[in-house]
Design a protein around this ligand. Structure first.
Ligand code: 5GP
Ligand code: ZN
Length: 114
């Protein structure tokens, strides 16, 4: 989609640090990581938010979360846990309107992020 920053990242018009990629999703480090390894998983097909998913797309995208979580754990072995967050629409703190799943590694109970 024109003028979508995450479509541009998927098409490599804007650089990103890739964590994982296949035919359905692209996963890359958040530009403003709340903890080291903060990753965004995006469907390659533009969808604004969860309300534009059908069951097939949801199955494909969400089924990949465990694999990407394990890739992240391998890249960040000090990680002790993980938050999975998905914001939908402005009122729910979505700021980029190409659907994405946040994976936020946690390292101790005393991380700044809560
Ligand atoms: P939201 O608030 O929509 O759930 O999350 C959007 C996320 O996208 C934010 O955490 C923000 O830091 C990240 N982000 C925004 N623009 C860029 C960008 O150009 N590159 C990367 N890697 N992340 C971005
Ligand atoms: Zn897009």
């Amino acid at each position: 989609m024109d003028n979508c920053i995450f479509c541009k990242i998927i098409n490599q018009e804007i650089p990103s640090y890739k964590i994982y990629e296949d035919e359905v999703v692209y996963a890359f480090l958040d530009i403003s990581q709340v903890t080291p390894g903060h990753t965004l998983i995006v469907p390659k097909k533009h969808a604004q938010d969860i309300f534009e998913y059908d069951e097939a797309l949801a199955s494909e995208v969400f089924a990949r979360v465990p694999k990407i979580a394990k890739a992240l754990q391998a890249a960040y072995p000090e990680m002790q846990g993980l938050n999975i967050i998905n914001n939908n629409k402005e009122v729910a703190y979505q700021t980029v309107f190409h659907s994405h799943i946040h994976l936020i590694p946690r390292y101790s109970q005393h991380d700044d992020f809560s």
